[in-house]
Write a protein that binds this ligand. Structure first.
Ligand code: XMP
Length: 315
């Protein structure tokens, strides 16, 4: 795609054909689904409703932030609270692929219910090319099942509409500029949310720990960027690991959990480089995580692996 204006014109025309009546839009608050939503609402107006799901797996303050972003982008949208549904779907599951499938299925069932309520079977998603390429499209090996591709069961009554499926991330950004949608002031966040940043069992308790650790990493990295200490990374987050480890708390030894911090530079997420951080920044992160999660998280590691061989997320 070289011409964003032409892409918008053609996408709007195609969407009018693909959505003869109504549609709901799976809106995650990321740039992809926000651009998809804006294209669709430009094409069919309020016959398309954007739905943002509070999965219980979101980062701190996410519902408020995403709502503000949708308002800036001029979308009409609705927030659906569904935490218990997602935790039930994840109970006892540790395999990353099964987690993604369970989350994908929970999303689909929820959107089926929402589509019924809105009187449609059309579901708009912000799927982009790397999502389906990495999910095994184009004859490539399955690297990972992106939740928004792998989770659609064959028996679903939803018909997918994916206006961005041939675009890469930088092209989506160009379309966003064309539509006057501000880039989110946030780094990308995976659709399965904190579930893929909680290695091992996903419980409300462990998600809370991952949420606190992620907020600390974000604050400290953003502080260092604002102070001019480091360049702005592509992504920066914390992962709660499936290990128990010993720490000291006053005079006592405690058996707690461990967190790995990942900060990467990238252009399009297809490859990434682990960023070298000043010790002052990693120390601040480690001190805050172990203090604000006293006795719960007792060890903080820094991930120095590039992509490839590792992926950006741990799962
Ligand atoms: P990986 O971990 O595959 O991630 O190197 C590449 C980029 O994609 C994000 N990511 C996802 N985004 N659904 C999404 O919408 C997903 O299931 C998903 N998994 C990973 C990840 O945060 C990184 O920016």
């Amino acid at each position: 795609m070289n011409d964003p204006a032409a892409f918008v014109r053609e996408a709007v025309e195609r969407l009018r054909r693909e959505i003869p009546e109504r549609a709901i839009i799976a809106a995650s608050g990321g740039i992809d689904s926000t651009v998809a939503a804006a294209l669709v609402q430009r094409a069919v107006g309020d016959r398309a409703r954007a739905v943002f799901v509070d999965t219980g797996l979101l980062r701190a303050g996410e519902v408020e932030r995403v709502s503000g972003y949708f308002r800036e982008a001029g979308l009409s949208f609705e927030v659906v609270a569904a935490g218990p549904r997602f935790f039930a779907a994840l109970e006892g599951i540790v395999d990353p692929e099964v987690k993604r499938r369970q989350i994908g299925t929970a999303f689909v069932r929820l959107f089926e219910d929402e589509a019924d309520r809105f009187g449609t079977n059309r579901l708009v998603q912000g799927t982009i090319a790397p999502d389906w390429i990495e999910s095994g499209g184009a004859l490539r090996d399955t690297i990972k099942t992106h939740h928004n591709v792998g989770g659609i069961p064959p028996d679903s009554r939803l018909t997918l509409v994916e206006p961005l499926r041939d675009l890469y991330k930088d092209e989506v950004r160009a379309v966003a500029r064309e539509l006057g949608i501000p880039a989110p002031d946030r780094q990308p966040f995976p659709g399965p949310g904190l579930a893929v940043r909680v290695n091992g069992p996903v419980t409300p308790e462990r998600v809370r720990r991952a949420r606190v650790a992620n907020a600390i990493v974000e604050e400290e990295i953003e502080r260092a960027v604002a102070a001019g200490t480091i360049r702005a990374p592509w992504q920066y987050f914390a992962v709660l690991l499936p290990v128990r480890t010993v720490g000291v708390l006053g005079d006592n030894r405690v058996h707690g959990e461990a967190v790995s911090v990942r900060v990467v530079e990238s252009i399009d997420a297809m490859t990434a480089t682990a960023m070298e951080l000043p010790r002052s920044v990693t120390r601040a992160i480690a001190e805050r995580i172990t203090r604000e999660l006293t006795g719960e998280v007792v060890r903080v590691l820094y991930d120095v692996t590039d992509k490839p061989p590792a992926t950006i997320e741990w799962e």
